[in-house]
Design a protein around this ligand. Structure first.
Ligand code: MTE
Ligand code: MO
Length: 527
């Protein structure tokens, strides 16, 4: 099709040059984009939702985002960081599509070229995903084809500004056709997009997870004592309910891995390579450990810390089965979505630390967003070096041979969790009655244990807080204290000392490269 094949004008005077009306041109671009993305999403529904060009570009964007911006997004938007990204992407795409339309007022060629470039970006993003095969390219290819065809079709129908011709007569019919065509595209795109969503949700891992049922460990964790938390005083409950457990990952859509399709390859510097199925893990005597996980992106006073009864097997067991060779340094772990993590071999083999290949949390199979069907959990190390979710591959290797996802983005190679404490009651700016005020919170120093927590009002003396019963050194510990607050505005500080004798430094440090430091403080106004 070319610009010369315009709808024949009834008018006596042949138009010399025509242009699409401005808004019609912009709409042509936007509708072509909508149709393209929707059809791509539909085709992806049959293959894997991650093949959806929109999501693939979004995931690609996450991986390309500079670390400071990503850290800012996690801090600012929390679990909504990905929604914000998808929304931002949508705005940029709509503007670019409108621009492509407007640039094509005389000829559809510029728009077609722009759509082709978009399509290639989508195809490249899908191609780059390690969890997809070549079949997945069908989705961006369908997207690209739909985008171009829709664009050319609407471009033909769009109302024009006729030069040297009486306009009204022509644009009347043309506008009607364009409106009908446009409405058709909107309806079709809506149906296709929804269809893709529905079809992909029938293929997801939810049913597989539900079929597993409750997990009963052969060796249960010791019961949590009633005085292990001070929830009545405003601390979190000792065990975090699964749906309240903090979540941090780079996955735009939760990877859907069915237990029956899952396998783990253990290879590299080992005597024998081994592949495990889900049943290989599940049918062993399962053990249960109470562990507090923390994210390196947790700011002083932040919420990226939670505790669960993890169920699974000893990671050291499978490492022994494979026979780890001397000289190896890291377990280079890969998730089904391509995310990677480097866990120190020494920590993984240390039976006293008790790193786990986990399949359950609090009696249930892992929730999908926490790594179903299988993940790592390593007490005492920040999650990005120790807790690969949706794990499918462990390569035993050296630090020099492989660089994990966050290591390449300026975070530290080794990252033990730093001793920290937080005030939970009250939070933010609190208005309280002057006099005796109870403050409460939580402290953690995984794999070392909390020895003492102190609180201080303004520049006053440190006062020792009461600690909850210790569950184990790999979990958080709650504290509370009564402080005296005269009328006025006060800063209340807390600091923890761990069982190695180390007291938290007041030196404020950001989260990059290996975790934030500093004392948490809350402003209390007493009256
Ligand atoms: N596949 C995968 N695993 C991952 C991550 C990720 O982005 N992808 N993030 C890690 C980080 S940074 C942390 S803190 C923990 C968080 O685990 P959770 O979301 O279950 O709390 O998972 C780790 N495992
Ligand atoms: Mo993390």
């Amino acid at each position: 099709m070319s610009a010369s094949e315009l709808p024949q004008s009834e008018s006596a005077v042949q138009p010399q040059r025509t242009r699409l009306r401005f808004f019609a041109a912009a709409f042509t671009g936007v509708l072509a984009l909508a149709a393209a993305l929707a059809v791509g999403h539909l085709v992806a529904g049959f293959i894997s939702i991650n093949a959806s060009p929109y999501l693939a570009v979004g995931n690609g964007a996450i991986d390309l985002t500079p670390v400071e911006l990503k850290d800012f997004a996690i801090r600012t938007f929390g679990v909504y960081d990905k929604l914000v990204l998808l929304g931002g992407m949508a705005v940029v795409m709509v503007l670019a599509a409108a621009l492509a339309g407007v640039l094509s007022r005389r000829s559809p060629v510029p728009g077609t070229v722009i759509i082709a470039v978009f399509g290639l970006i989508g195809a490249f993003a899908v191609y780059q995903r390690p969890d997809l095969t070549a079949v997945a390219l069908l989705a961006p290819v369908a997207s690209l084809g739909t985008g171009i065809v829709t664009f050319l079709l609407l471009h033909r129908l769009a109302p024009r500004v006729w030069r040297e011709a009486n306009t009204d007569e022509n644009t009347g019919t043309s506008r009607r056709a364009f409106l009908i065509g446009g409405a058709g595209v909107v309806a079709g795109a809506g149906a296709a997009g929804l269809g893709g969503q529905l079809i992909s949700s029938t293929r997801d891992a939810t049913a597989s997870r539900e079929a597993i049922g409750k997990l009963v460990p052969a060796r249960t964790a010791p019961a949590i004592p009633v005085d292990a938390d001070f929830a009545k005083l405003g601390t979190p409950s000792f065990l975090t309910p699964n749906d309240k457990f903090y979540r941090v990952d780079t996955a735009l859509t939760v990877p859907q891995v069915r237990a029956e399709d899952w396998s783990l390859r253990l290879h590299g510097m080992v005597d024998r390579e081994i592949r495990y199925s889900y049943d290989d893990i599940r049918n062993r005597p399962l053990l249960e450990r109470t562990i507090t996980m923390t994210c390196v992106s947790n700011e002083v006073g932040g919420d990226y810390v939670s505790t669960s009864n993890f169920i699974g097997i000893d990671l050291a067991d499978i490492l022994d089965e494979a026979g780890v060779k001397p000289g190896s340094e890291q377990l280079f772990c890969t998730s089904v979505d391509g995310w990677t993590s480097g866990t120190p071999v020494a920590a993984a083999q240390d039976r006293d630390r008790g790193a786990m290949l986990a399949i359950g949390m609090n009696g249930e199979p892992l929730p999908l967003e926490h790594g179903f069907p299988v993940r790592l959990v390593t007490p005492g190390l920040y999650g990005y070096v120790s807790a690969t979710k949706w794990i499918v591959d462990i390569e035993v290797t050296t630090w020099a041979a492989r660089q994990a996802y966050w290591l390449k983005r300026s975070w530290a190679q080794e990252a033990p969790i730093k001793t920290q404490s937080r005030i939970d009651s009250h939070r933010g700016f609190a208005n309280v009655q002057k006099g005796k005020v109870r403050v409460a919170g939580v402290a953690w120093a995984q794999h070392t244990g909390i020895g003492k927590v102190e609180v201080r009002v303004d520049q006053g003396a440190w006062q020792v807080a009461d600690l909850s019963t210790e569950v184990n050194v790999d979990t958080w510990r709650m504290w509370w204290a009564e402080v005296d607050l005269p009328a006025g505005v006060h800063q209340v500080f807390c600091r923890a000392t761990d069982k190695s004798g180390y007291t938290q430094t007041d030196q404020r440090a950001g989260t990059v490269p290996d975790g934030a430091t500093g004392w948490h403080n809350v402003t209390f106004t007493a009256a």
